[in-house]
Design a binder for this molecule. Structure first.
Ligand SMILES: Cc1cc2nc3c(=O)[nH]c(=O)nc-3n(C[C@H](O)[C@H](O)[C@H](O)COP(=O)(O)O)c2cc1C
Length: 394
């Protein structure tokens, strides 16, 4: 019998689905509700010293939609507005009511040893299971020298990780930003500073666009905008890449996230090295109830694959990710066209022509392949709306 239970650094998860630090974890009532519905754990909305100024802008979201479905957000929301005392009391309440659920405290503070220590000392006295250091918020906070301003330098991120590790009585995950050229520079540095694990990714810095009627930015605050953090489906390839890169350079646990919308996305995050996964945008859009489909889908999948737990999925793709120079350049695939499925729409010939290969042409509604010109790139099969083209190895 497959099970969704998993253990990370000795912390027992009844399932590997955790709410990411974000609006769905901004209050004790919401987390309570999510736990009732079956989430395995929650990372609290980032807690900061009570005197850290936090003035929100309005509006603070823009979105990217595909056929009216939200596939990504850009947000400029800041951190928790609740006091440390609120969180300390709330954590105690939640743990008493839900002793089997994992509670991770996300924290951020100015670059001051005393401030970080004060925050950690207060939370040490609560029954949290771990810390997550938010070195990765890309908007607002970097202007104060914190958030992503910490996580883009090895010096400050190691310094603070060291400060927290000196006093933390629980494991410390560092939440990394994808907004760097090489995420492993930061992950390796904080590992040397004794971080216990990683969380990745925080939002990807972006600019959602311009309204063509008003020529104002999509996220427009009284005529102006600022760069924000993108999340949801649109960032999944970046999240998967970052988690894989961290895994290729470290054996420490990773809480993977970025664009997870269903159990299939989660499986991919396990395959590239995640020990558990966090979700934010999909919960905001479709509600805490998505946990049922996530758990059921993952359990069925494990059973179909004859696997007992997600530990058998973990890292499965890592050995398959290599440098371009090490790929087998003798391997070659040719398109095979299923004439029954082809509707002669011309999408394959157009993409082949416009991409300079000119290997496909249409004659009397039939697709012809010039094998000498075909470079085996696979664009035709990607463009086909009928799945009529498969790529087959020579
Ligand atoms: C509105 C919003 C607020 C967020 N606030 C926080 C935060 O306070 N602390 C934090 O570490 N990450 C924060 N995040 C980032 C998420 O935790 C997560 O890393 C990111 O959204 C990617 O996951 P997703 O694609 O499932 O949303 C926030 C994201 C959004 C959309």
């Amino acid at each position: 019998m497959a099970s969704l239970k998993t253990s990370v650094l000795g912390i027992e998860f009844e399932n590997p689905f955790i709410l990411a630090s974000a609006p769905p974890t901004a209050s004790i009532e919401s987390i309570d509700k999510a736990f009732e519905l079956g989430w395995g754990g929650a990372v609290l909305k980032t807690i900061t010293p009570d005197d850290l100024e936090m003035i929100e802008a309005s509006p603070r979201y823009a979105s990217l939609k595909e056929k009216n479905k939200i596939i990504g957000f850009q947000n400029i929301e800041l951190l928790s507005h609740k006091t440390i005392q609120y969180w300390c009391d709330g954590i105690r309440y939640l743990k008493e009511k839900h002793p089997t659920k994992v509670i991770i405290a996300s924290i951020m503070s100015p670059v001051d040893r005393k401030c970080w220590h004060e925050l950690v000392h207060k939370l040490n006295d609560t029954p949290i299971d771990a810390y997550e250091l938010n070195f990765s918020c890309p908007h607002g906070m970097p202007e104060k020298g914190i958030g992503m301003a910490i996580g883009t330098t090895t010096e400050i991120s190691t310094l603070i990780t060291g400060w927290v590790k000196d006093v933390a009585t629980k494991p410390v995950f560092v939440k990394l930003t994808p907004n760097v050229t090489d995420i492993t520079r930061i992950s390796k540095a904080v590992e040397r500073a004794n971080a216990d694990g990683f969380a990745a990714i925080n939002t990807v810095q972006g600019f959602m666009g311009i309204d063509l009627d008003t020529l104002e930015p999509n996220l427009c605050i009284d005529g102006h905008t600022t760069y924000g953090g993108c999340s949801g489906e649109i960032v999944r390839p970046i999240g998967l890449r970052c988690v894989a890169q961290i895994r290729q350079s470290s054996d420490l646990p990773i809480l993977g996230m970025g664009g997870i919308t269903n159990w299939q996305d989660a499986v991919q995050y396990f395959a590239v090295g995640s020990d558990a996964v966090q979700i934010c945008t999909e919960v905001m859009v479709n509600g805490y109830g998505i946990i049922n489909g996530l758990k059921k889908g993952l359990l069925n999948y494990l059973e179909e694959k004859g696997m007992n737990s997600i530990s058998e999925l973990k890292n499965i793709a890592i050995a398959k990710i290599t440098a371009h120079k090490d790929l087998n350049k003798k391997y070659f695939v040719n398109p095979k066209i299923d004439k029954e499925k082809c509707i002669s729409c011309g999408k394959c010939t157009r993409i082949c022509e416009e991409s300079e290969y000119n290997a496909l042409s249409m004659s009397e509604k039939e697709i012809k392949l010039d094998k000498d010109k075909c470079q085996g790139c696979s664009l035709c099969s990607i463009a086909c709306p009928q799945n009529a083209i498969s790529m087959e190895a020579n």
